[in-house]
Design a binder for this molecule. Structure first.
Ligand SMILES: C[S@@+](CC[C@H](N)C(=O)[O-])C[C@H]1O[C@@H](n2cnc3c(N)ncnc32)[C@H](O)[C@@H]1O
Length: 240
């Protein structure tokens, strides 16, 4: 059966219980193609729900996991003055927490999947307390806003219908002249995660609250994201 007919596509991470044929991040089934057993095992095929992610971490199927710090972030940290508060939403394994911490930032990471938070705490050791189990959209982060918010495969983890909430929440959490920085996934629209963004969509999404101050192609993308990732820095702007 061809990939098209079976519902298998490349570049997706919608199926945690992959068969031996499915390489890491290679093939995945969309929700319509899942068997009843898969549905029962998954509890959720909705990427806005923590269960979607927990089942994948539990199965060790994390094709998005970089297992380290992207070169573009290392470059940013080398050229930036290290001060201020940083938030890493949807942190997954949280490798970047240590990089920001070592560069002198006060870093907080959050993920709503308990399995992701467990994984991050294992990775981070003494920095484990930097990771919060919670929902980015509803968590009370206390007083004081963030100077930086770091993005990697978080925006593309949620459907486009959720993106306006993402942009508004980012703007709310950033201090005046704060920046949303990181790796953004660009490409054609998709009906299942990852959901790449188009240039037109990004303009519409960020034009009200942000101005793009840096954009460059990522050179060390995982094979499944190759040619699609851009390091970008979005400066929060005065909406008045
Ligand atoms: C594709 S993974 C990316 C993880 C990590 N950023 C990385 O680059 O490896 C998306 C992550 O976002 C988390 N996530 C999705 N929606 C969330 C939300 N509303 N609040 C907190 N975490 C969320 C998921 O649990 C998952 O760990």
């Amino acid at each position: 059966m061809s990939n098209e007919r079976s519902g298998l596509t490349t570049r997706s991470w919608s199926r945690p219980h992959a068969t031996g044929r499915a390489s890491c991040g290679g093939r995945w089934l969309n929700a319509r193609s899942l068997s009843r057993k898969d549905h029962l095992m998954e509890k959720s095929v909705d990427s806005t729900h923590p269960d979607f992610w927990t089942s994948r971490y539990a199965a060790g199927k994390m094709p998005w996991d970089f297992a380290g710090v992207p070169a573009a972030l290392k470059s940013f940290l080398a050229r930036s003055s290290a001060s201020g508060k940083v938030l890493i939403p949807g942190c997954g394994s949280g490798y970047e927490v240590q990089a920001f911490h070592e560069a002198g930032y006060d870093v907080t990471a959050i993920d709503f999947s308990p399995a992701a938070v467990d994984q991050a705490k294992k990775v981070l050791g003494v920095l484990a307390e930097r990771v919060i189990l919670g929902d980015f959209f509803t968590q009370n982060f206390g007083q004081g806003r963030f100077d930086l918010i770091y993005e990697r495969t978080f925006l593309c983890s949620m459907p486009p219908s959720r993106w306006p909430d993402y942009a508004n929440r980012m703007a709310d959490l950033l201090s005046p002249a704060g920046r949303l920085i990181g790796v953004f996934l660009y490409g054609q629209q998709s009906e299942s995660p990852p959901y790449p963004i188009t240039d037109k969509q990004v303009d519409q999404l960020f034009q009200r609250c942000f101005r793009l101050v840096r954009s460059e192609l990522v050179t060390d993308s995982l094979p499944l994201f190759r040619g699609m990732e851009r390091w970008q820095e979005w400066l929060k702007i005065d909406q008045a």
